[in-house]
Ligand binder design. Structure first.
Ligand code: NAD
Ligand code: IPM
Ligand code: MN
Length: 347
């Protein structure tokens, strides 16, 4: 590949702040002879409030033509009633994940040497959460009956298809084969028996094709214990959409903070552009202060480079982030100071 045609959606809050740094680093990391075409799309809270538009079909068609999407964060002022009900999160972020069949939400967690974990004895932490990205509780299946009455019932139905689970599980096994060959299914099969049994059965079936991979199972509640007491026990974790959402914020926290946690929303077959974004959100509490750590967005650029097979460039970005973490001496640096430092380390 000699060119990357990238769509950039900065989004809201700290989104534009961290994406500016991610783009700096991406440009600095690009292998010789590869050109980068960047197209900015204005989607997010301000665009919606000004135009009434979240993400129309014509724009979706435009986005589909790019090789990949780099996204900051979605979610405007939480106090604004016009943005209530997750209208942007569902209408923009989840719409993209579903429209572009991002069935793998890949979220690596690594305690970089000299990153500071809040755990007393973190040990070595290096695992990847393979979060299913297009099903589960996120499909918007459900509704409210007898709204506003004392008999109101609010339902969200978790959708788990054999195909959707199997393709995710297969991806996780393939990934495990490139790593330490340990795979943990995280679910809640003791209570969510329908979906839990399906996930468990498919993991066991696919496991027969991967005898080298050691497979185990944890209920989601117990899994949260081990994230804190023994995170080294994890290599590849495969789980559904909601559990994957929750444990990846926890994983970010134990590996040095959510400001370091990267993610890729992948359509592995390449039928649609994959999308790369930090795990964190728009952080309205620190937006505009320069306190946002852009490392999560920058490490998401490393995932993007890896996705296109630019493994050396991806490793260089990771190494620069690692070196920058080593160089941190405790004094506060701004978002752009961190981005500049990482870009300089690459040069
Ligand atoms: P959040 O991730 O935005 O913030 C949680 C906490 O982490 C805050 O204290 C914030 O200051 C801190 N934080 C986040 N990113 C940081 C960074 N790079 N450096 C330093 N500190 C950082 O989660 P939230 O407050 O629950 O959500 C805020 C908004 O973002 C909501 O509208 C939510 O729906 C949206 N959201 C969007 C995405 C996304 O676009 N992928 C992800 C999560 C949340
Ligand atoms: C994330 C976010 C999203 C999710 C929200 C904003 C829809 O929390 O990317 O982790 O739940 O997937
Ligand atoms: Mn989340």
């Amino acid at each position: 590949r000699e060119q990357i045609d990238l769509a950039v959606i900065e989004g809201d809050g700290i989104g534009p702040e961290v994406i500016a740094e991610a783009r700096k680093v991406l440009r600095a990391a690009l292998p010789e002879g590869v050109t980068l075409n960047e197209t900015e799309y204005p989607f997010g809270a301000n665009h919606y409030l000004a135009t009434g538009e979240i993400l129309d079909d014509a724009s979706l068609d435009q986005l589909a033509k790019h090789d990949a999407i780099l996204l900051g964060a979605v979610g405007g002022d939480p106090a604004d009633p016009k943005l209530a009900g997750g209208i942007l999160e569902r209408g923009l972020l989840l719409k993209l994940r579903f429209a572009f069949d991002h069935y793998i939400n890949l979220r690596p967690s690594k305690l970089w040497p000299s990153a500071i974990s809040p755990l007393a004895n973190p040990g070595e932490i290096d695992f990847v959460v393979v979060r299913e990205g297009t099903e589960g509780l996120y499909v918007g299946n459900g509704g409210v009956v007898r709204a506003g009455t004392e008999h109101e019932v609010a339902n969200e139905l978790s959708v788990n298809t054999a195909r959707g689970v199997e393709r995710t599980v297969r991806y996780a096994f393939e990934l495990a084969m490139t790593r330490d060959r340990r795979l943990t299914l995280v679910h809640k099969k003791n209570v969510l028996v329908n979906a839990g049994v399906l996930w468990n059965r498919i993991v066991n079936e696919v496991a027969e094709e991967y005898p080298e991979v050691a497979v185990d199972y944890l209920h989601i509640d117990a899994a949260t214990i081990f994230f804190v007491t023994n995170p080294s026990r994890f290599d590849v974790i495969v789980t559904d959409n909601i559990f994957g959402d929750i444990i990846t914020d926890l994983a970010g926290a134990v590996t040095g903070g959510i400001g370091l946690a990267a993610s890729g929303n992948l359509n592995p077959e390449g039928a649609f552009p994959s999308m790369f974004e930090p795990v964190h959100g728009s952080a309205p509490d620190i937006a505009g202060t320069g306190k946002a750590d852009p490392t999560a967005a920058i490490l998401s650029v490393a995932l993007l480079l890896q996705h296109f097979g630019f493994d050396d460039a991806a490793k260089r970005v990771e190494a620069a982030c690692e070196q920058d973490l080593r160089n941190r001496s405790g004094e506060a640096r701004s978002t752009s100071e961190i981005g500049d430092a990482i870009a300089a380390l690459l040069a």
